[in-house]
Design a protein around this ligand. Sequence first.
Ligand code: ATP
Length: 270
Amino acid sequence: KAQLFDKSSTDNKVTFRDVAGLDGAKQEVEEIVAFLRNPSRYTELGGKIPKGALLVGPPGTGKTLLAKAVAGEADVPFFSMSGSDFVEMFVGVGASRVRDLFRQAKEKSPCIIFIDEIDAIGRARGRNPNMGANDERENTLNQLLTEMDGFGTNSGVIILGATNRADILDKALLRAGRFDRQIHVELPDLHERIDIFRVHLRPVKIDSSLDIDFLARQTPGFSGADIANVCNEAALIAARKGKRTVEKQDFIDAVDRIVGGLERKTKLTT
Ligand code: ATP
């Protein structure tokens, strides 16, 4: 049975320190963190906090990580589900899961609800004539819209959605009072890649001569997830060779392996 909600426990809390680069995005979610830490300070003054924001960007750029970090920084529960869990679901199940999720979240507010791959539910309606499954997706989407409208800004529940296709989303989702804010999360530039390497090399025993700048220059177009992968792969390669530290060559081999994997992936999808 698919795990629908996972509430992050405090012991593996993600914070902004784990999120490298993405300065603009972090700044934008800072306000949400401040609100979740102390909702009454905002509501007492009559302020309206957005109910939701949409994190938009390519796969592996840290959207899920950032959402978890918002919960971690604010020290509030994190409820999550993925739009893809709702594909090919029996009639009525999607809507009832959405209802359950919101009910649980309201009980634990202030908190975050994170909906990954929201485009799987929120694709514009009425485009796909493939009835059955499509109808059920629409039911799920309608339930989501109903839930978002049904609670006030003072409820302390903030909904973060993630997608790499904001352009195909149903306009109803983007309307004021729903996901009316978009936060862009892009592929990292050279400096951001250096920072991401720093984060993922923290637990790795690297050779003292290793040049992180060099690694970042070897990895244009890599996402944060790809870089995390490189660091792990390099450690595995070094371990397999019985080394005591991870050396430059291990990273070069890891990059080669991952570029190979990425090329296969693009071939499959094109
Ligand atoms: P998807 O669209 O595929 O769901 P995503 O944008 O949600 O991807 P994450 O799941 O957050 O990406 O990223 C996967 C992993 O990649 C993270 O758990 C983390 O290890 C690493 N990562 C991605 N971006 C960053 C970043 N900016 N800083 C540090 N690590 C990162």
